[in-house]
Design a protein around this ligand. Structure first.
Ligand code: PGA
Length: 273
């Protein structure tokens, strides 16, 4: 894992936007895996700004979102398809045919999940997957206990997640209990992963993800097995890490070697993945 600690949420968003735009510029036909939630909102805002400034082209970009609530259609404001429209898709020149979000209203969600996997495969796999992390260590909606090799499927949301999501719904009864989510196996096959976290309330999940054991009890810990994962977090989210000084030294060292060799890809581990 490449761990980058920055001062605050704004810096997380800025660095994340640089990371994503760099990847987009070097591969105009990139297949992006996208996440929803509060964390990537700043990233999408900056990407839209960069697009408006003329620096980005989405015409050949394909996207796959991590997850969607079962029972919510694109018109529902709390659906993730709706979120993606408001925060990104409605503001850039992406071809609607290239947008993939699991369908919350699919009549056969299990068959739909299998089709979603095939669609990812037929696009050549995901080049860069953006991730948030839940307080319970979930990525996508892979809750604790999810198989580390799980694929896109229907999942039951954990009580903690339902509680965290309640703020977006008028009443507890309206909060969805099920979702369709890419699996941990699906996410693990992305060529690069970029996980973002901000705030003290994420500090314990971040610590377990980076410094704990690889376990299905902390689904994000599966990223320890991934050859090309960058974890981009602010000081508050990093506050429980025990080896912060080392991660900072690594960061400095990486910058030094890139400068010394003149090779931006000196840490590119693609040949391993
Ligand atoms: P958040 O959610 O960005 O709204 O904190 C992250 C997640 O649960 O994956």
């Amino acid at each position: 894992m490449n761990i980058i600690i920055v001062s605050d949420y704004e810096e997380v968003s800025k660095k994340a936007a640089e990371f994503v735009t760099d990847h987009m510029k070097s591969n105009p036909e990139i297949v992006l895996g996208l996440a929803t939630g509060s964390t990537p909102e700043g990233l999408y805002r900056l990407i839209v700004e960069e697009y408006r400034a003329g620096g980005l082209d989405f015409s050949e970009v394909k996207t796959f979102n991590l997850d969607e609530y079962v029972g919510l259609g694109p018109e529902h404001r709390q659906s993730y398809r709706n979120y993606m429209g408001r925060h990104l898709f409605d503001h850039v020149n992406i071809d609607p045919d290239n947008i993939n979000v699991p369908e919350g209203l699919a009549s056969d969600p299990a068959a739909h999940s299998r089709r979603y996997e095939r669609e990812i495969e037929s696009c050549g796999g995901i080049d860069l997957q953006v991730l948030g992390i839940g307080r319970d260590g979930h990525i996508g909606f892979n809750e604790p206990g999810s198989s580390l090799r799980s694929r896109t499927r229907v999942v039951v949301l954990a009580a903690e997640t339902i509680e965290d999501n309640a703020r977006f719904f008028a009443s507890m009864d309206e909060v969805p209990r099920f979702a369709i989510s890419m699996g941990l196996g699906t996410i693990s096959e992305a060529r690069h992963c970029l996980m973002l976290a901000s705030g003290e309330h994420k500090a314990e999940a971040v610590r377990e993800c980076i410094e704990g054991a690889v376990t299905s009890m902390v689904p994000a810990s599966v990223l320890q097995m991934h050859p090309q994962t960058t974890v981009l977090i602010d000081e508050a989210a990093a506050s429980r890490l025990t080896r912060k000084d080392y991660y900072r030294a690594v960061q400095k060292g990486r910058e030094k070697i890139v400068k010394l060799t003149g090779k931006e890809d000196v840490f590119n581990a693609d040949q391993d993945g």
